[in-house]
Design a protein around this ligand. Structure first.
Ligand code: ADP
Ligand code: MG
Length: 270
């Protein structure tokens, strides 16, 4: 067998493996957990200085939940976000997405997981400046293998859903902050992911716009049963969260259910 035949065979084997993996994770019911974080530590080393950003985090997130990860600046929220999103690797410990240990995935499986199972939303929107709102939303659909026509139709639908049906052709600079975040939300939901990860999604928005974004995320969570995990220190998020995970110094300080928080808030008001 010459080397080009060998390459073709390797590619076919990889495709088969990826297909088997996709079939397995697509049909798997498992524990009902969207994400499980098992004793995760993350140590950043900068020369001689060690920063322990996560120090033994354990967390179980059910499918369909709306979770807020709350804590002060520097407490490890973004680091945890990166671990759960498969964007960075823990120093030790495990992260499972739909019961799959993401450290075990090869690059193509991890890319598939990031593209199809996850949607990401960031504080600074992270839209591509040279592309229109619609093109930004169509991009992950193209990566997922949708035809251009299909992506176009779904893109217009989802932009309409987030209230921007009349802004499809606008570029990010021609949109307000709140509108840009709506485009980013549409993009995150483009491939109908199981999990949305948001890192300070309201951090760059005024109070009223931030509230509208929170309401939109909650509505999408309810409509599509998408698990939403949001790192935030915006207390407006408390109202819509099923559970709040309070982090401090790289550890989970406590986990509260919304009804308990409401009782606490009630007590404060009295
Ligand atoms: P949060 O999102 O809650 O503000 P982060 O997860 O960004 O917190 O940061 C947690 C800690 O880890 C902080 O002390 C921060 O300075 C440190 N840290 C975060 N990212 C890095 C990095 N890439 N290199 C070194 N230290 C980092
Ligand atoms: Mg952060």
């Amino acid at each position: 067998m010459n080397s080009s035949e060998q390459n073709t065979k390797d590619t076919a084997n990889n495709d088969e493996r990826l297909k088997a993996f996709i079939d397995e994770v697509s049909s798997f019911e498992g524990s009902g957990l969207a994400v499980r974080v098992d004793d995760v530590q993350k140590v950043y080393r900068m020369g001689k200085i060690e920063v322990r950003a996560l120090d033994g985090v354990n967390l179980k997130i059910n499918r369909g939940e709306y979770i807020s990860i709350m804590g002060p600046s520097g407490s490890g929220k973004s680091t945890l976000f990166n671990m759960m999103g498969g964007l960075d690797k823990p120093t030790s410990g495990k992260v499972y997405v739909d019961d799959v240990d993401i450290a075990e995935l090869d690059p193509s499986e991890l890319a598939w997981l990031r593209c199809r199972k996850m949607g990401y939303i960031f504080q600074t929107f992270n839209l591509i400046g040279t592309m229109t709102a619609l093109e930004n939303v169509m991009l992950p659909m193209a990566f997922a293998g949708k035809s251009n026509d299909e992506a176009l139709d779904s893109g217009v639908d989802i932009l309409t859903r987030v209230g921007l049906g009349d802004r499809c052709k606008h570029k990010p600079t021609e949109l307000s902050g709140g509108q840009q975040q709506r485009v980013a939300i549409a993009r995150a939901f483009a491939n109908d992911p199981a999990i949305i990860l948001a890192d300070e999604p309201t951090g760059n928005l005024d109070l009223k716009t931030g509230q509208a974004i929170i309401t939109l995320l909650k509505d999408m969570n309810q409509e599509r049963q998408t698990t939403v995990i949001s790192a935030t220190h915006d207390h407006k998020m408390l109202d819509v969260s099923d559970r709040i995970v309070w982090v401090a110094d790289g550890r989970v300080d406590r986990i509260e259910k919304r009804k308990d928080v409401e009782i606490e808030v009630g007590k404060v008001v009295e």
